[in-house]
Design a protein around this ligand. Sequence first.
Ligand SMILES: [Zn+2]
Length: 431
Amino acid sequence: MIQARWIIPVEPTSVTYENHALVIDQGKIIDLLAITEAEQKYQAQELKILNQHALIPGLINSHTHACMSLMRGIADDLPLMDWLQNHIWPLEKKWVGEAFVRDGADLAIAEMIRGGTTCFNDMYFFPEITAQQAIQHGIRAGIGLILIDFPSAWAINSDDYIDKGLALHKQLKDQALITTPFAPHAPYTVSDEPLNKIAKLSQQHKLSIQMHVHEIKHEVEEQIKKTNQTPIQRLHQLGLLSPAFMAVHMTQLNDQDIQIVADTGTHIIHCPESNLKLASGFCPVAKCLDAGINVALGTDGAASNNDLDMLGEMRTAALLAKGIANDASAVPAQTALKMATLNGAKAMGIDAITGSLSIGKSADVVAINLDQLETQPLYDPVSQIVYASNRQQVTDVWVVGKALLSSGKLTRIDQTELMSRVQSWQQRLKN
Ligand SMILES: [Zn+2]
């Protein structure tokens, strides 16, 4: 039993319970009720009292490249194509392998858990290693089955990527914490033929698809020059768009694009800080929400953000949406919190399992201590969480009822040992 000063279930929307308890059995939420009633009704085997804290559903980072955390800060203040072609891709060519992915994923997972993230949706080479680390550390993850037109240390051509991806899907099928969406990199790096295959295979194997789409102006302009369509229009024609498709970024959208996304039930994964840092453009979030589109949030990789901080991402999303819509009521705090939790679960197809503190769902829970100078006085806990709190206030994190962070300490990761592995990569990459 977790007793808390506030419980914000996210579903139903705009509800905050005061002095309530969350009752957990076998990893699932079995009750949510007033503390006084809970004490009469249940005999808790384990009791956690958090009387200065708010409980929220675990944050869902709907798009990241976990192991790129090892390249945090290595090439900043550059536009996307320069950043990718002259810095990130050459570094990846030289260094990416199993050890890089393992250590980078460990760093990212540790950072995410400390910031209240209980689930991440990944896209990177050697996905089997990221999956293995996620399982080991007990965090939920979507492990993207990456596909790109050029060879890498992981696969030689598109058929090889698809074959390895499907083999990994089969291998991970029974892992309760893992899903395996296809992850074709972007419209400008994956040609029609492999995309046609993905469209068929995703239906056949009931797998989602996540893809960078409309990240920058250049990508959209080039596609229009080639086919007289925007990238989203091309993907629609290829039969890719559906409620199983997660379109990441989605800047430079025209009204027709928004209509297509809404009509097909496609999800948008908004990564505001990465878009700002790379000056990629803006996703018109308020317009998309008004059109009925499910918009979730991601940090993108730590090489373009540069943190994996979903509390920060919520704040940026809420602020940026207001600026773009020229409307202070766009993306209120409650909506930002929903985008970072339930909407992410919906996008990943796991909203029956997680995304809100609802009876029957997995106990993926985060406690935030609001009794700090930074979040006082306190009139509305949701406002404080979205607009004023920081990651240091996250004290406890559970996934399937298991504590991954307890009173601010990682329970399964040796921080000192991890730091030394990370610093050794720093030496290698710097040279
Ligand atoms: Zn990305």
